[in-house]
Design a protein around this ligand. Structure first.
Ligand code: FAD
Length: 288
């Protein structure tokens, strides 16, 4: 393995200063489930690796405050999936965290690492998009709040700037009743990134938000505010025209080893219809 300096700062300010000084040669280490593999295979060759685990202000955890949930960037998937507040207000996020990798991976993999790694197949990206999350970043210029839809650029690339690290993810608690679901398609059970990931959220005002990943360079958000998709009484033909519009931005790569574009596009529609049904059922059950 390529050699690098390994540092364990104890404050966010210290970490930001090291990250800023190192520029492209410095990399943050959270759970290491993506980074350590890249260090081993030589696709990442930083000169400095900055471990976040000793920073008291980045302690893992979820808190509710001012009408929103704040999830520390270092919170691992196991804890996101089990958290009662996440499960109550953002079920699709809990479902997504619960299917990442394996038990061992989920005990290490952090929410911050999943979004910063910016894989088009990242499981938590799509629920964060449907729930309108905000990424909180700390950098040399202070705190910056980035709407999650403005965060992803393409695989491995985000709009984080030099010296910035993600400290938390914020989620506005919905003001009206909602139902949501996260689904995905993998080649096999177990440790595999998905060929398609999809999350949906419907609310009592009739707004439906879909987000899908692994079918293009970055996850995509599509919103229907006509009320048609959220209404199960609307005939199938009227719904399918809108569904087609929602999925229009899918552009799977023909070079992927996981699945062909035709298969992914077909699965996107199957998963979309399935997830929408369960989100509508959840909304109806919650409104009883
Ligand atoms: C066997 C296996 C199975 C997997 N299965 C899945 C799966 O099913 N679904 C899925 O979505 N992912 C999966 N992954 C990928 C990985 O586990 C996740 O992306 C994980 O959430 C990454 O988090 P981490 O804390 O380990 O990140 P790290 O590996 O520590 O970091 C990942 C990247 O993000 C940067 N980074 C981390 N934290 C921050 C921060 N706070 N601020 C700025 N930059 C930061 C790092 O510098 C690095 O570039 C799998 C990985 C493995 C090895």
């Amino acid at each position: 393995m390529h050699t690098f300096a390994y540092v364990r700062p104890t404050t966010v300010a210290e970490a930001v200063a090291i990250l800023d000084a190192g520029g492209r040669d410095a990399r943050v280490l959270a759970g290491g489930t993506d980074l350590v593999i890249r260090l081993r295979d030589g696709s990442a060759t930083p000169t400095t690796v900055i471990d976040l685990k000793r920073i008291a202000d980045l302690r893992p955890g979820v808190r509710e405050e001012g009408g929103r949930l704040t999830i520390s960037a270092t919170t691992v998937m196991t804890d996101v999936a089990a958290d009662p507040l996440v499960r109550r207000h953002f079920p699709a996020l809990a479902e997504a965290a619960a299917v990442v990798g394996s038990v061992q991976i989920r005990n290490r993999a952090t929410l911050g690492g999943n979004v910063c790694n910016a894989s088009p197949a990242a499981d938590t990206a799509t629920p964060l998009l449907v729930f309108d999350a905000t990424v909180v970043a700390e950098g040399p210029g202070g705190t910056r709040r980035i709407a999650i839809d403005d965060f992803f650029v393409r695989s491995g690339v985000t709009t984080l700037q030099r010296g910035e690290l993600v400290t938390a993810i914020e989620l506005p608690i919905p003001a009206v009743a909602t139902g949501s679901a996260h689904v995905r398609r993998t080649r096999r059970r177990g440790h595999d990134l998905a060929s398609v990931t999809l999350s949906v959220r419907v609310d009592a005002l009739g707004v439906t938000r879909f987000a899908y990943g692994s079918v293009g360079p970055r996850p995509v958000l599509a919103v229907d505010d006509t009320g048609v998709l959220a209404d199960p009484a609307v005939p199938a033909e009227a719904r399918s025209a809108i569904l087609e519009r929602m999925f229009a931005d899918a552009s799977p790569s023909p070079r992927s080893m996981r699945a062909s574009p035709a298969y992914r596009l077909a699965m996107l529609r199957v998963l979309g219809a399935r997830a929408l049904r369960s989100a509508i059922e959840q909304l109806a059950a919650g409104s009883d």
